[in-house]
Design a protein around this ligand. Structure first.
Ligand SMILES: Cc1cc2nc3c(=O)[nH]c(=O)nc-3n(C[C@H](O)[C@H](O)[C@H](O)COP(=O)(O)OP(=O)(O)OC[C@H]3O[C@@H](n4cnc5c(N)ncnc54)[C@H](O)[C@@H]3O)c2cc1C
Length: 205
């Protein structure tokens, strides 16, 4: 049985709008026809002003795509609620779970991890039993746990990423989606600091 996949949570940047901040400034300045103010360092203060006044639609011109691996179905179920995000996710109808890996919740004490692994083995046996009986993957998956890992590719524009961070980096959000969003935030801050620097980075280990 695989070890706890939570330790291997992975976020990979697949694509991002080139010169995203430059593009946002060019789009945003169209509103004011203030192209003459574009300078070496003008995008930083311009984008910050847009965000401060809530004029965030120019941020929709830039987008970023990430692949997330070794996360739980419990996490992806929350992430896919964001409707302005495009999603492609590993299917339990087409991909076999006869050797599924799983995420142990952060709240499980180290001394209880063996018991959690035992539960996963029981569920694995249940799934394999139904598959051996000839049940299709799409039906055998009904016995699978939320802990089951998934792989997902998500694309959102910068305005939507900001919205997702405002909800999912909060202490009220669940630990795994917070961790995933911190990893995404760290990447976006490198590529477009003016668009994301008002969000605090967090603990990703
Ligand atoms: C701490 C927390 C707890 C939660 N608990 C639950 C729960 O118990 N049960 C549950 O079902 N969900 C729960 N959710 C999910 C939550 O209700 C939202 O579905 C999810 O966060 C997506 O947010 P959103 O709709 O703002 O974002 P998006 O879908 O990303 O949309 C972005 C914005 O676009 C606008 N928008 C999008 N679609 C529409 C529309 N159809 N009509 C009008 N405006 C729209 C809204 O302004 C929205 O904020 C929880 C979320 C959080 C953060």
């Amino acid at each position: 049985m695989p070890e706890n996949a939570a330790k291997k949570l992975e976020v990979e940047l697949l694509a991002i709008t080139p010169d995203a901040e430059k593009l946002i400034e060019q789009a945003g300045r169209t509103c004011y026809l203030s192209f003459d103010r574009i300078g070496a360092d003008s995008q930083k203060s311009f984008i910050k002003r847009l965000i401060a006044m809530g004029h965030e639609s120019p941020l929709e011109h830039a987008s970023a795509t990430f692949r997330i691996r070794n996360c739980s179905r419990a996490m992806t179920h929350q992430l896919v609620r964001h409707r302005i995000m495009s999603v492609s996710q590993q299917s339990q109808r087409y991909v076999s779970e006869e050797q599924f890996s799983y995420v142990v919740p952060a709240g499980v004490a180290p001394e209880d991890e063996a018991r959690f692994a035992e539960d996963m083995r029981t569920i694995q046996a249940m799934y394999n039993f139904w598959r051996d009986k000839g049940l299709r993957k799409e039906d055998a998956r009904f016995v699978l746990p939320n802990a089951c890992t998934s792989e997902i590719v998500v694309t959102a524009n910068f305005r939507e990423w900001r919205h997702i961070f405002s909800l999912r980096l909060s202490k009220k959000a669940q630990w795994e989606i917070r961790k995933s969003c911190w990893l995404i935030l760290d990447v976006l801050k490198k590529h477009a600091p003016s668009c994301f620097e008002d969000f605090e980075s967090g603990q990703t280990q």
